[in-house]
Design a binder for this molecule. Structure first.
Ligand code: ZN
Ligand code: ZN
Ligand code: ZN
Ligand code: ZN
Length: 441
């Protein structure tokens, strides 16, 4: 009687909703109740509502109710639900009985259990997970070997299902390495080892030994311009081993610094196109030096300026300085050589340059010759200075030193020196007065 009354009230309410268009709060009586896009069994399902959830009924046409509801994401939506899934009454809280197992799980099939609400009599059913197989003894059906995996099988005591498992290969059990053929300096050697289980043999190469050098013989003598070659005979196998002896360059491609800049300056002064005076040994410098080498019958490999080639450039550059640029004794640029040591030694010199009244200058090189009246224009470079700055109007004491091989001083009573200086403003080249040094002893 009470149920009937409730239904009647619900219908009246729904009727009121249909006419007045006022939303009425109702509750979902079925779990996972389908909400459709329109009031039809074939319309798209747009949501599922939980049992006990509340909705707002906007209108109803008997079998279908147009509702507003809040979806799982908390957004308000509208759709259609079968009116039979709605009730005006708030759902009661079920009072569940204990679970009863209605079907025992096996390892082949899941079990079932159910419980019932003691108030309303609703029953819910749930699956119980499948039971685990009970594997019997594992039986090896294929033995693992050194090189191949094996296999083992077990059967479930309950359902008879079979399970296969891989057994990892064991890998070889090798004995010690044994040298079959020792390596020599003429040939590689061989060693091997054997598996104690399957007799598999593994072989490995032994590196060739180094030759034992006898005395070196020069095949092509090393010069300052060109690489040399030398060889020895191996005292064990008699083989001749050749080796290139590299000539040391004064400058190599990609070198940077003052010496590169000086070479650029000298080539430029001689009329070769070296590009920017940036102190970097690049392609332009190589091209200019190649041309200079061709003009002077020098052997030149691009990328390497060797000492003799550099000497040749400096000589050509000094020779190109016009006579009127040579300074006399009374000029204001004074070079004083301060010798130490004695003939036959390697001599060191310090110098003071005074350029009273001059612009700022740069010391580029020091020239040396034998005898007090030496002309200098030619082949007498003793030191390339890079760029040593000289302040205007002061005595510049440059503490640097350069060495003269004893052979350079051989047979001379007097050595003379001049400094090559460049005016920083005008770029003009000047030579200092000659400073002389009387050899002692
Ligand atoms: Zn209940
Ligand atoms: Zn089983
Ligand atoms: Zn083996
Ligand atoms: Zn050898």
């Amino acid at each position: 009687m009470k149920k009937l009354l409730t239904a009647l009230v619900a219908l009246l309410l729904i009727a009121a909703v249909a006419t007045s268009a006022l939303a009425v709060k109702m509750y979902v009586t079925t779990d996972q109740a389908k909400v459709r896009k329109s009031g039809s069994k074939t319309a798209e399902v747009i949501s599922r509502l939980p049992e006990g959830g509340s909705v707002e009924v906007i209108e109803t046409d008997g079998n279908w109710s147009h509702i507003e509801y809040v979806n799982k994401k908390g957004k308000k939506r509208s759709g259609w639900i079968a009116t039979k899934h709605l009730s005006a009454n708030a759902p009661h809280k079920h009072t569940w009985s204990d679970w009863r197992v209605t079907r025992q799980p096996t390892c082949a099939k899941a079990g079932l259990k159910e419980h019932t609400c003691t108030t309303c009599g609703v029953t819910k059913t749930k699956e119980i997970e499948k039971a685990k197989h009970q594997w019997g003894q594992w039986t090896v059906t294929k033995k693992a070997t050194c090189a191949a995996a094996g296999e083992k099988v077990a059967t479930c005591k309950k359902c008879g299902k079979k399970s296969k498992k891989k057994i990892d290969k064991t890998g070889h059990t090798y004995g010690e390495w044994a040298v079959e053929k020792p390596a020599t300096c003429a040939e590689k050697g061989v060693r091997s080892r054997t598996c104690k289980v399957c007799n598999n043999k593994e072989t490995e190469e032994l590196e060739q030994l180094a030759h034992t050098p006898g005395p070196w013989t020069t095949l092509v003598p090393l010069t300052r311009e060109a690489d040399g070659e030398r060889a020895y005979k191996c005292t064990v196998c008699g083989m001749e081993v050749r080796e290139t002896v590299k000539a040391e360059p004064s400058l190599a491609r990609k070198d940077k610094g003052e010496l590169v800049k000086t070479v650029q300056t000298m080539l430029g002064a001689l009329g070769y196109n070296v590009g920017k005076l940036d102190g970097i040994y690049g392609g332009k410098l190589d091209a200019a030096f190649s041309q200079f080498a061709r003009d002077n019958d020098l052997v030149f490999a691009e990328g390497w300026i060797k000492p003799a080639q550099l000497d040749a450039l400096v000589s050509a550059w000094v020779a190109s300085i016009p006579a009127e640029k040579w300074m006399g004794v009374n000029d204001s640029l004074v070079l004083t050589a301060d010798p130490a040591g004695k003939p036959g030694d390697v001599l060191s010199f310090n110098w003071i340059l005074t350029n009273d009244g001059f612009d700022a200058c740069t010391l580029k090189a020091v020239l040396m010759g034998k005898g007090a009246d030496h002309d200098f224009r030619g082949d007498d470079i003793v030191a390339l200075m890079g760029d040593e700055p000289l302040k205007a109007g002061t005595a510049n004491s440059l503490g640097g030193a350069f060495s003269i091989p004893a052979t350079a001083a051989e047979g001379a009573d007097v050595l003379s020196f001049r400094a090559v200086v460049e005016n920083d403003k005008t770029g003009e080249i000047w030579l200092s007065n000659a400073a002389t040094y009387k050899m002692a002893g």
